[in-house]
Design a protein around this ligand. Structure first.
Ligand code: GLY
Length: 371
């Protein structure tokens, strides 16, 4: 059964369909958007090996031709050289403004292809077919697109909403457990930032969901996407509330930068550790009771997720090194660190005036666990 979340953004409105078998049915879903029966798919090697035939066969059965560009898998693809490659390929293919491009992959492909479509001919439509849990619950919805540079993550990009998102729950069954759990970090984030009832639900159902229960997976994706859609509709370009979606990201991005955006730490793992640190910071600032960070940690630990800095292989910078990496975060305003803090589970808010020495204390303690 397919469920739909509508992202009500006026002339940029679109649907997110969530359900089993949506890759094979993509033709029927995408066809109403098309002016000519042809699509351009950008994907990566791992996704192509597993799912590209199913997608192209399904499109063919719906009478649609498709061409595919297969890029290397991994975060390194979300960069200037591959942006150029995608744009030049789409131009060589003579993709027109009225055409539709499919971003078929996880967050790296979605962000890269979305950005390529934002700048190609000043805006070409695209459809997101997210194949990771992280992309299904977060990056494929809301129109944030972009690439990383040597200066940090997502520092170059554009808001460009997709025309449709198809989240096929079946593909989650092909993810490595580590990748699934990294995406689950973003699911937990939704409960922590704005829905204590959802966090309760995850405490009850998280292990069965990770174990493969398709109904629970679909419900977790639907609920997360609905929460994201509600926030994006209120604040599409992140002038206010949308920043709540960055709970755990200020710490997480610094850790990702410190580990060179490598396999040492996946984005969702950084978010999960970052959420634990954001709650530790909130408790240290007296905003919430100590039980709240303990409950966050207990759930991440029960799910066998990375939780402490000592769970990250290899060396990390010292406290000041990590603080310096936070300085590049897009949430820095007038040199001040802005954090998403919480008055409790489900009660996050944007704090503009977090004292640097308290952040330093939290990092110092977190790094101390390593010795
Ligand atoms: N991933 C955060 C946002 O979409 O705003």
């Amino acid at each position: 059964m397919m469920q739909t979340v509508h992202v009500a953004l006026g002339e940029r409105a679109y649907d997110v369909h969530i359900g089993a078998g949506l890759i094979a049915q993509a033709g029927a879903q995408v066809a109403p958007l098309l002016r000519r029966p042809k699509l351009w798919i950008v994907t990566e090697t791992n996704v192509a090996a597993l799912h590209l035939d199913a997608l192209q066969d399904g499109l063919r059965q719906a009478g649609l031709m498709s061409e595919a560009l297969i890029l290397p898998a991994g975060e390194g693809t979300k960069s200037w050289p591959y942006l150029i490659q995608v744009v030049e390929w789409l131009l060589a293919e003579k993709v027109e403004r009225r055409d539709v491009v499919i971003a078929f992959g996880g967050g790296v492909i979605g962000d890269l292809v979305g950005f390529a479509c934002a700048i190609l001919r000043r805006g070409v439509r695209f459809v997101q077919l997210p194949t990771s849990l992280l992309a299904q619950v977060d990056s494929s919805v809301g129109g944030k697109t972009g690439i990383n540079t040597a200066h940090g993550k997502n520092l170059v990009g554009a808001f460009h909403q997709p025309s449709l998102v198809l989240a096929d729950i079946d593909v989650l069954g092909t993810l490595a457990p580590r990748d699934f759990l990294a995406g689950y970090g973003e699911v937990v984030k939704y409960g922590l930032l704005g829905d204590a009832g959802f966090f309760d639900w995850l405490e009850q159902n998280g292990p069965a969901l990770a174990g493969g229960d398709a109904g629970l997976r679909a419900e977790a994706v639907r609920h997360s996407v609905q929460m994201k859609a509600d926030i994006v509709v209120r604040d599409e370009t992140e002038q206010g509330d949308r920043a709540l979606l960055n709970l755990g990201h200020t710490f997480g991005h610094a850790l990702e930068a410190a580990t060179g955006y490598s396999d040492r730490l996946l984005h969702g793992e950084g978010v999960a550790i970052g959420c634990a640190l954001a709650f530790a910071l909130s408790a240290r600032l007296g905003l919430c009771a100590q039980e709240e960070p303990s409950r966050v940690r207990a759930h991440l630990s029960k799910m066998k997720m990375k939780l402490d800095l000592s769970d990250i292989a290899g060396d990390l910078p010292d406290t000041d090194g990590l603080l310096a990496l936070m300085g590049q975060d897009k949430k820095v305003v007038d040199g001040q660190l802005r954090f998403i803090l919480a008055r409790g589970i489900g009660q996050a808010f944007v704090a503009a005036d977090v004292p640097r020495d308290v952040v330093r204390d939290v990092l110092h303690d977190a790094l101390g666990v390593r010795s």
